[in-house]
Design a binder for this molecule. Structure first.
Ligand code: AMP
Length: 399
């Protein structure tokens, strides 16, 4: 029996959806730039198999998602209307949009759509009840579903109303095809133990988020390579201060605890030895410094060439990789080299390579290796929590 089968959750392919109102919770929390322009439509594309399956069965398709953190208030910057437009373009058919996700107007729209038509509802998080897992809000959403499908892997670690409360009110429910694929690929990392050649590469900026990842990983991985801004808090914990680089002072003691935990378990926890540095985020002039000669007035913004060389060498013996977060500010070319070089090295390994997190797709695309990874997860936090607990609140709610 495969891991997915043990979950006892039906997939959309096993449900009677013909001409039914199929409410699909998607994760259209796509990256936006500072002006609110969509920078990457990967999360939209990844839901197409589920939508196409529903179209083949002439379902009445209702798509609901959150976007950004509008904090329960209507904010045009986070409207889902542009997503409806993109869907219409990629599917080459009309896609309707309604300016709310609940209420009489939304219900009327749902009544009006015909088999084979698609309706996108407005951002679920414009309603404060969504984040509160409110049963009242879920009841409003339930009025619009004959069938509930969760295809929003990236948000299924959250107990939000559309992910957790809503499915408990709908009899016919299951997972979408993206959700199923995420579970299938990630479950190949479940049950690994030390000695199996499981390595992890962790970067990005938020120390606390990443600590929650690293802690359980210490029990199963052989090696962890750290990069990104959070590396500087770890280096500070080891007494290495890097000029103006970003250090989260209040997390230094947790970093110390992780370092001790790795030592106690024999996990090879690696840190950068050199850095691409600049005066500010916007500088285009960069210089390389090692941990020993880092100047006061500079900040580290990428891992340096010696670190890349060491990390690439240390990939030897690797059978499984879990990558979460970039090694530097890869969005800017002058600070992208470290992430790109390591991504290319990982992609060419003969190993089961998984990357997760909102940025991962953009990074792997920039490195030209998006299709060379075994799996790129649409969920960063969700993939890690899934590996820790072997399930998620959004999966449990589908039983
Ligand atoms: P996270 O969401 O925690 O995975 O962080 C991703 C972000 O970390 C990216 O947008 C990077 O630009 C940023 N980042 C990575 N390395 C650094 C660094 N050295 N200094 C500042 N920000 C960084």
């Amino acid at each position: 029996m495969s891991f997915v089968e043990t979950l006892n959750v039906k997939s959309i392919k096993e449900l009677a959806i013909r001409e039914k109102r199929v409410f699909i919770r998607t994760d259209y929390n796509i990256p936006l730039d500072n002006e609110g322009n969509i920078t990457n439509i990967n999360r939209i594309e990844r839901t197409l198999p589920t939508i196409k399956h529903a179209l083949e069965h002439n379902s009445r398709i209702i798509l609901a998602s959150h976007l950004g953190r509008p904090d329960g208030e209507r904010d045009p910057l986070y409207s889902l209307e542009p997503i409806a437009t993109i869907l219409a373009e990629v599917l080459e058919r009309d896609v309707f949009f309604f300016e709310d996700c609940v209420g009489m107007g939304a219900q009327q729209m749902v009544r009006d759509i015909k088999p084979g038509q698609i309706l996108v509802l407005e951002n679920l998080r414009f309603n404060p009840e969504e984040k509160k897992n409110s049963m009242t809000f879920a009841r409003e959403l339930a009025k619009m579903c004959d069938v509930y499908i969760n295809d929003a892997f990236g948000v299924s670690h959250r107990k939000d109303a559309s992910v957790n409360a809503l499915p408990s009110l709908v009899d016919t429910k299951g997972m979408g095809l993206l959700m199923k694929k995420e579970i299938e690929e990630l479950s190949k990392l479940i049950g690994l133990k030390r000695g199996d050649g499981f390595y992890s590469i962790i970067g990005g900026s938020k120390v606390l988020d990443k600590i929650t990842i690293i802690r359980p990983m210490l029990e199963v991985v052989d090696r962890i390579m750290i990069g990104g801004a959070m590396a500087y808090t770890f280096l500070a914990a080891k007494g290495i201060k890097l000029g103006n680089s970003k250090v989260e002072e209040d997390k230094i003691s947790i970093a110390r605890e992780i370092i001790r935990g790795a030592e106690a378990r024999g996990v090879d926890l690696l840190f950068p030895v050199d850095h691409v540095a600049a005066k500010t985020f916007d500088s285009t002039e960069t210089e390389i410094f090692s941990n020993d000669n880092f100047p006061e007035n500079m900040m580290a913004l990428d891992i340096g060439p010696e670190t890349v060389k060491m990390y690439v060498e240390k990939l030897e013996g690797c059978k499984y990789v879990l990558w979460n977060g970039p090694m530097g500010v890869f969005e800017k070319d002058q600070f992208a080299k470290g992430s790109l070089a390591l991504a290319q090295a990982v992609a060419s390994l003969d190993a089961h390579t998984v990357a997760g997190g909102g940025d991962s797709v953009s990074l792997m695309k920039k490195a030209g290796v998006k299709d060379m990874f075994t799996h790129i997860s649409t969920g960063g936090g969700a993939s890690l929590e899934f590996l820790k607990n072997n399930t998620l609140p959004g999966i449990d709610a589908l039983r």
